[in-house]
Design a protein around this ligand. Structure first.
Ligand SMILES: *Cc1c(COP(=O)(O)O)cnc(C)c1O
Length: 451
């Protein structure tokens, strides 16, 4: 592809990657590198240029496991075997490196595959500090590492910098963060924790799971993280039709280490899925824009009816300022409480447009009860210790018409008995707010039209 033919591979030159390229040669640099300003991220997402021999506007799928060599003693080809490298995957990785503002990006088969690659940097005896409100799969992998691989894992409330300070030491090798947390939507102060971590052990790696926000809203590498990863299954691909994981970092040595693991274990993203992820990334900006706008409207709707809503787009969020100091948007995941798990179950089951599903980041809107679904692997006692409300409902907002989403949610709330309305011609009138609120929200004709 875009490789300068027969260019000798020299790792001595700082910005050359594993394949000997000064990034990002493929796709050919879309941003002007001659001193003019970089394009905005929304532009970078869609603009790719390749040196394809036919000038194809979309990068071809190189569905080939092997590539022929020019000589028996090993030629200078960029590719020989797809586990080690494939042109479609390389194109995706270089595109991601630009989008994530990373020196090196790597693409693997799933978000958990990405975390597996990252945690293989650890050695027995190493200490990891991480959150107590983590993605379930992350919890499961870290538990495996602590039981079987001699890794010491400290779960603390990473949304409180002092809790991290309390356990950090020279032995800390990795600090693994997720923000906003899910489903409690708490915010982690990445710059402060990164500073604290590097002061305790300059070799310690600050790793951020950026799945909830995606690179269009937040860039953890710019906030002091050493490694960022995310599940490409979510916002990056956007359609829930592939599994993928992506990793970004700035230190070439760490990039090489992780590439070694990918090549050694064979978890690199397939050519087909690399193609689909590239296609998904092109619409990330516009999807997120719409999903966020819908989420904001729905969060305000629920809050105005007396529910306790957790969403960083609401001024009532206790860490509103912290979130906006690190991100350019609030994302499209929110949660709210009803006061009663049985009531929440009825709401979730009564919704029709909102699919009952774990996961998020899809163009479709999804509803779930984390304590019964995505977080059920955390036992009830631990959930209680971590103050996870059993009645919490998570909404992952899609790109549908927001009035349809609100209508469907309203009907589910009414059907479940969470709100009371009377029908008055074509308009519904709210007569009561959520049962859980102490103060009754008076009927508001403006709200009623939404119901
Ligand atoms: C989904 C998810 C993952 C895991 O990604 P997969 O692609 O499902 O393996 C990791 N972290 C977060 C926050 C997620 O939502």
């Amino acid at each position: 592809m875009a490789a300068p033919p027969n260019k000798p591979v020299s790792k001595a030159i700082a910005r050359l990657d594993q394949d000997g390229h000064d990034l990002p040669p493929s796709p050919a640099p879309s941003s002007p590198r001659n001193g003019r300003r970089r394009y905005a991220l929304a532009t970078e997402l869609v603009y790719t240029d390749s040196k394809d021999q036919y000038g194809s506007s979309s990068i071809p799928i190189y569905q080939s496991a092997t590539f022929k060599q020019s000589s028996a003693i090993g030629g200078n080809q960029e590719y020989d075997y797809t586990r080690s490298g494939n042109p479609t995957r390389t194109h995706l990785e270089r595109h991601l490196a630009k989008v994530m503002n990373a020196h090196r990006a790597l693409a693997v088969g799933s978000g958990m595959g990405a975390l597996d690659v990252i945690t293989r940097i650890l050695r027995p005896g190493d200490e990891v500090i991480t959150g107590d409100d983590l993605y379930g799969g992350t919890n499961r992998l870290l538990t495996y590492l602590s039981v079987n691989q001699g890794i010491v894992v400290h779960h603390v409330d990473t949304t409180n910098v002092d809790c991290v300070r309390g356990v950090i030491s020279k032995k800390t090798s990795m600090v693994l963060l997720e923000t906003p947390t899910n489903p409690l939507i708490k915010i982690v102060d990445i710059p402060s924790i990164a500073k604290l971590t590097h002061a305790a052990n300059e070799k310690a790696l600050v790793v951020v799971d950026n799945t909830m926000l995606s690179p269009i809203l937040s860039n953890p590498l710019d906030l002091g993280a050493d490694i960022v990863y995310e599940s490409g299954t979510k916002y990056l691909s956007g359609h829930h039709d592939i599994m993928a994981g992506v990793i970004g970092c700035n230190d070439p040595a760490i990039g090489d280490k992780m590439y070694f693991t990918i090549n050694a274990t064979g978890c690199g993203l397939t050519p087909n899925d690399s193609f689909l992820l590239l296609r998904g990334i092109k619409t990330l900006g516009i999807r997120m824009e719409k999903q966020q706008r819908n989420a904001q409207t729905i969060a305000e709707f629920l809050e105005s009816h007396g529910f306790r809503v957790r969403y960083p787009g609401l001024k009532s969020h206790p860490q509103y300022d912290l979130h906006w100091s690190m991100a350019s948007g609030a994302g499209a995941v929110l949660s709210f409480e009803t006061g009663d798990p049985a009531l929440s179950t009825r709401i979730v089951e009564a919704a029709r447009l909102w699919g009952i599903s774990v996961s998020f980041g899809c163009v479709n809107s999804l509803i779930s009860m984390p304590c019964q679904m995505s977080h059920a692997s955390i036992d009830a006692k631990t959930r209680k210790e971590r103050q996870m409300p059993e009645d919490i409902i998570r909404l992952c907002v899609g790109i549908e018409d927001v009035n349809d989403l609100i209508d469907d949610l309203s009907q589910a709330l009414v059907q479940a008995g969470a709100v009371t309305i009377t029908l008055d011609g074509f308009h519904a009138t709210a007569t009561a707010a959520a049962q859980t609120t102490e103060k009754e929200t008076p009927a508001d004709p403006a709200d009623a039209s939404a119901l």
